[in-house]
Ligand binder design. Sequence first.
Ligand code: ATP
Ligand code: MG
Length: 392
Amino acid sequence: MLLPASVPVPQAVLDIIGTLTKSGHEAWCVGGALRDALLDQPQSDFDVATSATPDQVRRLFSRTVAVGEKYGTIGVLDRERVLHEVTTFRQDVTTDGRRAVVAFGVSLEEDLARRDFTINALAYQPITHEWRDPFSGADDLARGTLRAVGRPEARFREDYLRILRAVRFAARYALTIDPHTWTAAVESAAGLAELSAERVRDEWFKGLRTAGTVSVLAELWRDVGAAHIWLPELRSERLPEPALSALPRDPVLLSVALTTDPVAVLRRLKASNAEIGRAAAMMAAPAGPASSGVSDVRRWLSVSGGAADDLLQQHELARGTAAPWARVVNEIRERGEAVTRGQLAVTGRDLLALGLSGPAVGETLDRLLERVMEDPALNQRERLLEIVALKG
Ligand code: ATP
Ligand code: MG
């Protein structure tokens, strides 16, 4: 692949690189943004790699944040307080499959050599417009190949997360994983068990958000052996892709659609309580109303509560078309019809004033809600109080 003569780099990144080079340091754009630029895709963050030590970086810029100092990364804040990562050229000294001890004082070439895949091991200097592509990552990208830098067996053993990164990039850019890299990934997959749940979750979620085809990502997780260890509940059926591309890429919803026990999956991956709760609410509620008749749909909205919208999307994800009752839901909401106790025209206080007490209050509210869901015209204070009075 012909490397472009120049890549548009944000002014703030140019300023950072200018400051570093004026002080006699080397500074290059590296990583995913270059890969995306070669693919003409919207660009993620431009990471900067430099010969300056973390201390020197900190002293050169007025506003910095310690992002990952142990790994040589300093966050530099620009005028808009946007953070840019500046990482000192580094080499991994020891690795244990999960984390590395790094050393500074190495060259750009050595820094590129410790990167995971050839397509991620490019560097571009936006002032001189020089390129460094020692592993022919641009050619691999043009051929549609994902290939490890160096010996794949060794690279996966250094950091098993790279197996998940490999399938994520393959699914995102529709790349074929080079046979040697693929075999090594499959043979190293047992090591995935050593990773922390948080890193695996981040990869799973990122993969779901960015995959060109979500089913391809799921199949790669299964075929490489990652699903066996981390997602044994992964379903084998494919999801209808048109619905997937129409809906927002929500990793919780997708985990519900793709697995037989999403709550167990999200717990294992140490997802947040909010995320686990969303999945649990979806699993606890009926998937849809008994019929698309308006009172059945009101009752379904009432029992599914906060999960209703997730369940509507879920239906679309699984079936490929919007639920037939989706329109009815909208109409109920537009008319503001009551589906919760709180939307009734009377309150528990009103019932107490009528002399009710104890559990009778809640039971009566539920009974009124049931009537109102059948006939919304009843939801007026006088009429509801009348119903209560008549029942004695
Ligand atoms: P994304 O679009 O997901 O951000 P990215 O390639 O920028 O893709 P990052 O996780 O942001 O990925 O990492 C930036 C760069 O750091 C990568 O392009 C790669 O060169 C290197 N890198 C990141 N993680 C690893 C890893 N586990 N092993 C080796 N190199 C890595
Ligand atoms: Mg990135």
